[in-house]
Design a protein around this ligand. Structure first.
Ligand code: GAP
Length: 575
């Protein structure tokens, strides 16, 4: 990880934000190559999720929205992490991220000092493995000194064994405060008064704008359920402990899709049954009789195919299917796509089947209908018998009652049922939600490799090669004249460079030996290099005239290729 962080800085991928002022924790800037890499990743997502499909449209919403959105979504009340402070150093921890520890805990009921001053505050200290009891007492003394005692003597010492606890600071053993929820949303004030009434939030996810604008998109885009709305944009979370470079940042970018589908009841009414999911189900092309489960599996397979297309094959991915206990109360299923990072296997993207929770919440809180009208559903339900209608109501009522507090009230269920038979319903949603910065980090980390080369004198040197997939590589082609002091070579190289640069990012380099120039491009992951030499100028006959050397980064192989064939050859590889 250290090597990756250092390469990122040295070659201009990622810098610490505000570095000249000492940096600011959890914020990162992308340098010239990082900005290109991120733009390429954004483009691949945009193309795969929207441009190449007919059923997804984009949205570009504001970062600050009406604060009621965050009340409706549940973020104001529940978007928090548990937080604990060290009683001695005041360092803040995310309580559930503190490492599990076992050992002997020392406790004191209070302390007094030489002047007779007493303090009855109590503290516990976990004795670090292999350390003498004195080291725990030292931390205790520090605690009471901070409470105004000079040279404190500890009182009422007791010891006890503890196992697998997260209640102590792993750095000094001092007790941590009880976990307290800490809301992760950054807030600000809109307008000059800056009163509580003007409080607004920086969005902690891009998704909610999609729900809030759902009706406008439906009314303006001629899309019909099933269809999706995608968005790429900044999100902000005041993470308690930002860590692992850009992996957990306070400002980051998300690439989110909300794919709206018909409720299973509608599919059943129209098609008789909902297509059941099985391991052998064909997920290649969406079918009209798919219910939420097939759509959810479909999007998992689409996202896996996307990652494969940018060089992250299934060998570096893993999947965590959330258990019933882990799932949010409204979610039917959620799978985390995990990836191999240098610090372990961690989440890259979450794909959740969220039912109709989000749109229903916004409908309730805004008082505006977010239902769609479905002529086909209306017709299908019109053919139902009274018994069938009653049976559906019964089924829905018992399903919702079984959910307890998270379920709909009987009155809401009856209303839902009544509207359904008229062809109106709130669509359900499948949400593939990916982090762009995490993806950039994964791509850099997985591309990182080192090769050792021995020169003609037998000296060994280690070179770094970033083996980016050509589609995401920040620079696609390095273009070099063999010699910089031959004007005709330079002019021809400029010609080739100008031809390519309109279609892909290229880098012109004429300084140093060709081997060094290749090595510089390898280090930033450029997949192809072109050298323009005397053969190009026709010095070895017409056959090689107007051909260049194309060198491939990963195996160092070289071939001659006609300039006129370059675009046709390279474009399909880099786009
Ligand atoms: N709308 C659903 C949602 O926001 P999430 O799992 O909280 O779900 C989705 O976030 C993705 O956003 C994550 O899988 C991760 O890639 C990225 N992400 C979340 N928090 C992040 C952070 N603090 N820093 C960088 N990326 C983050």
């Amino acid at each position: 990880m250290e090597k990756i962080v250092s390469l990122c800085k040295r070659r201009g991928f990622i810098f610490q934000s505000s570095e000249i002022y000492g940096g600011i924790n959890g914020f990162w800037d992308y340098g010239p190559l990082g900005a290109e890499l991120k733009r390429n990743l954004r483009d691949t997502w945009w193309r795969a999720m929207m441009r190449e499909r007919e059923d997804v449209v984009p949205l570009d919403a504001t970062i600050i929205m009406h604060p009621a959105i965050w009340k409706a979504s549940g973020h104001v009340d529940t978007f928090s992490d548990p937080m604990s402070d060290c009683l001695v150093t005041k360092k803040r921890f995310r309580s559930d991220h503190v490492e599990l520890q076992s050992g002997v805990v020392y406790t004191w009921t209070g302390a007094k000092d030489d002047d007779g001053k007493e303090c009855a505050d109590s503290i516990s200290v976990l004795l670090a493995q292999g350390k003498p009891p004195e080291s725990a007492r030292k931390v205790g003394v520090q605690f009471y000194s901070q409470r105004g005692l000079t040279n404190p003597q500890l009182l009422g010492e007791a010891t006890a064994k503890v196992e697998n606890t997260r209640a102590f600071n792993p750095e000094n053993g001092a007790q941590l405060t009880e976990p307290k929820p800490f809301n992760l949303m950054f807030h600000t004030f809109v307008g000059a008064t800056a009163s509580e009434n003007d409080k607004a939030y920086l969005r902690p996810e891009t998704a909610q704008a999609i729900f809030a604008q759902f009706k406008n998109v439906v009314d303006s885009s001629r899309q019909k359920v099933p269809f999706g709305i995608g968005q790429i944009g900044k999100a902000f979370r005041n993470e308690v402990t930002p860590r692992n470079f850009t992996f957990r940042s306070r400002e980051f970018e998300q690439m989110e899709l909300e794919f709206f589908i018909q409720p299973d009841e509608v599919i059943e009414a129209i098609y008789g049954t909902v297509s059941p999911w099985s391991e052998t189900a064909d997920l290649s092309t969406p079918q009209p009789n798919w219910g939420w489960e097939m759509w959810h599996r479909y999007w998992v397979s689409q996202r896996v195919a996307y990652y494969k297309g940018i060089g992250l094959g299934e060998d570096v991915l893993a999947f965590h299917w959330q258990t019933k206990e882990e799932l949010a109360h409204y979610a039917r299923a959620c799978v985390d796509i995990l990836c191999q990072f240098p610090f372990g296997i961690e989440e890259l993207e979450g794909i959740a089947a969220r039912g109709d929770f989000d749109l229903t919440q916004h409908q309730k809180h805004s008082g505006k209908s977010l239902e769609v009208f479905d002529e086909e559903a209306k017709k299908a339900f019109a053919a139902w018998s009274d018994e069938q209608r009653a049976a559906l109501l019964e089924k829905k009522l018992s399903e919702q009652r079984a959910k307890g507090k998270g379920g709909m009230t009987d009155a809401d269920t009856a209303m839902w049922w009544d509207r359904l038979f008229k062809g109106f319903y709130v669509p359900h949603v499948i949400e593939p939600s990916a982090g762009l910065d995490r993806l950039a980090l994964a791509v850099i980390a997985l591309a990182y490799s080192e090769v050792e080369k021995t020169d003609t004198k037998g000296n060994k040197e280690t070179f770094t090669v970033l083996k980016f997939h050509p589609r995401v590589a920040p620079t696609k082609v390095g273009v070099f004249p063999l010699l910089k002091n031959k004007p005709e070579l330079v002019a021809k190289t400029r010609e080739v460079y100008d031809l390519l640069k309109r279609h892909m990012s290229c880098f012109y380099d004429e300084s140093g030996a060709i081997g060094r120039r290749y090595a510089r491009q390898d280090e930033i992951g450029t997949p192809f290099c072109l050298t323009i030499d005397f053969e190009t100028m026709g010095e070895k006959g017409d056959e090689l005239k107007d051909t260049v050397t194309l060198r491939h980064r990963d195996d160092g192989s070289q071939e001659r290729i006609k300039i006129s064939e370059l675009l046709g050859r390279l474009l399909p590889l880099v786009q």
